[in-house]
Design a protein around this ligand. Structure first.
Ligand SMILES: [Zn+2]
Length: 446
């Protein structure tokens, strides 16, 4: 049984009472958190295989990025000036080049995304895209924890919908990793916009059978409600509830245009959550902002996500907490409508809850998987404060993450990846990037 003791750090537990130990310890035994406490209660060093003294560091649960599309790192900086939250912007800047993607592009792209996430403190992410098998393979190599939603785009083609459902079902049955780090889900891209009612209901039935969820986009742009307003005179969320869609575990990204009635739909549902993607929302130029405060007040689980890095353009979840807080202040017209402590919770425990992983990750409590990070706050930009969560959220940076563990395995040590060097991952990625975009150009001339 491998064991590690981390001591002398500021420990944010994110447990039920958001306990903080100004000088604390965390013990990791056999991949799990074996104990957490204040330094006075620290066990004897001699019992552990490895002891790390971390003064000047925050030790906290690994961050959970609740919405992204990791392969889309290939589009970073390629859709500037387009709103990716409208059908037109997405279709022109993403969908058209996407048609040139091949399966062998995915591994190197996802590997670089996983590297960026790990190095900035993300230990779990929720991904949705095509080529789900290639994504799962790359995530398993990187060692991160992920929910991978098999992206389904039907676009009115019945036969294609049936074929995709069969493939996605096969994905669910084959891809759950033995160590539990990779969890396969369904990913209907956007209900009504590109998935029919019949297909959505079939997806819920299969997902429930496998005990997994559905990750989708909802209320991102004007198109999302147009079809249901025309057909039923209601928003998509209300129509989906009537359809029976919310009987499944539903994790919805963006949710910018939610009415008070839609918020009630989410609050009533047994397992519904939202990924609030503040940076991507701002960059899209959409006037609306996800009503995160009202959702939380209604008791809905609100997690945080970066969205793809064509829409963000990075994976830094500390930055995402900050932007989420700033945007909420602006929307509500008052200072700090969401306390920093709650933003930390949204980026950890609420993310875990959204993905159905709350028993396993999201907080530092005995028995949970040892997914945690150590952030160096000894450098410039940090100073003494009575409010450590505000220091982290509003002064912190993912670039100060120094050590990262997933299931007790150290993936990042001293800002370096331990499984595979970043330089190798970058070199592979660069070759893939050039090859992919030359294929896109050739298809355009075609
Ligand atoms: Zn998205």
């Amino acid at each position: 049984m491998a064991s590690t003791l981390l001591r002398d750090a500021i420990v944010l537990t994110v447990n039920g009472s958001d306990e903080v130990h100004d000088r604390g310890w965390v013990a990791i035994v056999d991949g799990r958190v074996a104990g957490v406490g204040a330094l006075e209660t620290c066990p004897d060093d001699g019992v552990y295989d490895e002891v790390m003294s971390l003064p000047g560091h925050i030790v906290m649960p690994g961050l959970v990025n609740a919405h992204t599309h990791s392969a889309m790192i290939l589009f970073r900086g390629r859709s500037e000036g387009q709103s990716l939250l409208t059908m037109e912007g997405w279709y022109n800047s993403i969908r058209e080049p996407e048609l040139s993607l091949v399966a062998s592009d995915i591994g190197p792209a996802v590997a670089l995304s996983c590297a960026e996430m790990a190095l900035s403190g993300t230990t779990t992410f929720c991904d949705q895209y095509f080529f789900a098998e290639e994504i799962a393979a790359a995530v398993k190599q990187a060692g991160l924890r992920a929910v991978i939603a098999y992206g389904i785009v039907q676009l009115g083609d019945r036969a294609r919908g049936e074929e995709e459902l069969a493939k996605a079902t096969q994905f669910l049955s084959q891809q759950r990793s033995a160590d539990g780090r990779v969890v396969p889900w369904f990913g209907p891209h956007a209900p009504y916009v590109d998935n029919s009612e019949d297909l959505l209901l079939a997806e819920v039935a299969v997902a429930n059978e496998f005990g997994v969820g559905l990750h989708l986009h909802m209320a991102c742009g004007p198109e999302d409600n147009e079809e249901t307003e025309r057909r039923y005179g209601t928003t998509a969320a209300v129509a989906l509830e009537k359809l029976g869609f919310f009987k499944g575990r539903i994790h919805a990204a963006h949710c910018i245009d939610l009415s008070p009635e839609d918020i009630e739909v989410f609050a009533r549902a047994p397992h519904a959550s939202i990924s609030y993607n503040a940076t991507a929302g701002l960059r899209s130029g959409r006037e609306g902002i996800c009503p995160a405060v009202a959702l939380r007040e209604a008791g809905v689980v609100v997690a945080l996500g970066t969205d793809n890095v064509a829409a963000n353009n990075g994976y830094d979840m500390i930055n995402e907490m900050r932007v989420a807080g700033l945007v909420a202040s602006h929307r509500e017209g008052r200072a700090q409508p969401i306390f920093s402590r709650e933003l930390v919770r949204m980026a950890t425990m609420e993310g875990a809850r959204a993905l159905g992983l709350e028993a396993e990750i999201g907080s530092l409590e005995p028995g949970k998987a040892a997914d945690l990070v150590a952030i160096d706050i000894s450098g410039a930009g940090y100073s003494e404060t009575p409010d450590i969560e505000t220091l982290l959220v509003y002064s912190g940076s993912g670039r100060d993450v120094r050590h990262v563990w997933v299931a007790g395995e150290q993936l990042v040590s001293d800002r370096r990846l331990l499984r595979r060097p970043l330089a190798d991952i970058r070199a592979d990625y660069s070759a893939t990037y050039k090859d992919f975009w030359s294929r896109v150009e050739a298809a355009r001339k075609g």
